[in-house]
Design a protein. Structure first.
Length: 162
């Protein structure tokens, strides 16, 4: 039982580490605005699948790591990720029972909301300009959600993560 728990934790945190790495890989020029929110996708999946293991505190911690990797104001992404994941955690039973395409639309709205919240958080501290093209990352996240969901569900079932 202890070995299975350790394996489960390492698989979950390994997926978070991979999402953080992919999230912070630089994209060329204006394509950077179209980058999907990989960390949000992975965190939303684990919160919907295992809300007793992954929660708002996990999202805050991941957001802090994201801030550290980007070198941005510490705590902005942590706070905004925790707000978005709180919405997911409060409604995980409803989201679980939705069709995959409905989940994808909700994920798109959450990803766009995350972009707007991060902008407002940074706007309060420093002078930044909002680029509306960054909302397209929510559309890209919407397109990627079914594949991410099915991939992570397969990983969870293969490793018997409960």
């Amino acid at each position: 039982m202890a070995h299975n728990d350790w394996t489960s934790r390492s698989v979950i945190w390994g997926s978070f580490l991979l999402a953080l790495v992919v999230q912070t890989i630089p994209w060329p020029g204006t394509l950077d605005l179209l980058r999907p929110s990989w960390l949000l996708l992975v965190t939303c999946y684990w919160v919907m699948a295992l809300p007793h293991r992954v929660n708002v505190g996990t999202a805050f911690t991941l957001g802090l790591f994201w801030d550290l990797l980007l070198g941005s104001t510490l705590g902005i992404r942590g706070m905004m990720m925790s707000i978005i994941i709180y919405l997911v955690a409060m409604n995980f039973l409803v989201l679980r029972n939705m069709a995959l395409w409905q989940q994808a639309i909700i994920i798109a709205l959450l990803a766009m909301g995350l972009e707007v919240l991060i902008f407002f958080g940074e706007y309060l501290i420093q002078d930044v300009a909002f680029n509306p093209l960054s909302l397209w990352s929510g559309v890209i996240s919407c397109i990627l959600w079914p594949w991410m969901f099915l991939l992570l569900r397969r990983v969870r079932r293969h490793w018997h993560i409960k």
